[in-house]
Design a protein around this ligand. Structure first.
Ligand code: NAP
Length: 249
């Protein structure tokens, strides 16, 4: 049997994640996708797709399933292993003082805790693997600058960036450590953008900026964004630097 390239992808049911899943399911690949919704993908020859439905605001169950799956599989069946932490959410858009506390928690748990817990499971489960390993965290420009009424999302993405930098230092100490990148994917025509541009301007001073991006055709399609992100993943210098942006190649 020819060794397969293993990809684990969160937030695969919609938006850019859905587009990445479609592009990753190709001959020679094993793809594990996670989201709350189902993800029926047309079967592809010589490719394997497993979908695990999980609510990643409580990531322990998904991480446990991932660790058990990795421990049960034969490392020599895989030529490489890649985890893509893509799932994220923006809570109802409002200043922090008007944001429900459970929404703050869910945004941080999905956007930061789940990537950390899943990455821990991924690294534990592949600890003895000598083949190339990568962790790609999908960040945002809002992890690198603040925006009013976006405090939980900005905090989750800033945390994801610095988590990635710390993790890269740890993995660099290992003989077969993972390469790590936190990548801002640009502005993409998905439900997340629709949420931003339809927000109440009284609660969101930057609402007009998102309307402008849409009405001037400045959003990247989910398919094109997925292609750009997967091209970044394939770069020989992936992980150098750890913090990257598809708009600054
Ligand atoms: P999206 O269209 O809103 O899709 C979000 C994905 O996350 C869906 O597959 C959703 O699946 C999953 N998800 C949401 N809540 C979840 C939960 N509780 N448990 C498990 N999965 C959950 O997002 P997108 O615009 O494609 O964004 C993809 C990534 O790019 C995100 O990390 C986002 O922050 C980043 N990004 C996007 C933009 C943009 O302009 N769109 C800009 C910068 C960065 P279910 O609902 O089925 O669970």
């Amino acid at each position: 049997m020819v060794a397969q390239h293993l990809f684990i992808l969160t937030g695969a049911s919609r938006g850019m994640g859905r587009a990445m899943a479609g592009q990753l399911l190709q001959a020679g690949h094993t793809l594990i996708t996670l989201a709350r919704s189902p993800l029926p993908l047309p079967p592809q020859p010589l490719a394997t797709h497993l979908h695990w439905p999980h609510d990643l605001t409580a990531p322990e169950a998904a991480a446990g399933q991932l660790l058990a799956w990795l421990q049960a599989c034969r490392a020599s069946d895989y030529a490489s292993a890649t985890l893509i932490n893509n799932a994220a959410m923006i809570p109802p858009i409002a200043p922090l003082c008007a944001t429900a506390w459970p929404d703050i928690a869910a945004t941080l748990r999905l956007g930061l805790e789940a990537p950390m817990v899943l990455t821990s499971a991924f690294l534990q489960g592949t600890a003895h693997w000598t083949q190339p390993k990568k962790v790609l965290n999908i960040s945002s420009g809002l992890g690198r600058r603040g925006m009013a009424s976006q405090a939980p999302y900005c905090a989750a993405k800033a945390g994801l960036d610095n988590f990635s930098q710390a993790l890269a230092l740890e993995e660099a100490l290992k003989p077969h450590g993972a390469r790590v990148c936190s990548l801002a994917p640009g502005v993409i025509d998905t439900a997340m953008q629709a949420q931003l541009r339809s927000a109440d301007a009284d609660n969101f001073p930057d609402a007009h900026r998102f309307g402008h991006l849409h009405s001037n055709g400045l959003l990247t399609s989910a398919e094109d964004a997925a292609t750009q992100v997967l091209a970044w993943l394939a770069r020989p210098d992936f992980g150098t630097p750890v913090l990257a942006d598809v708009r600054q190649p």
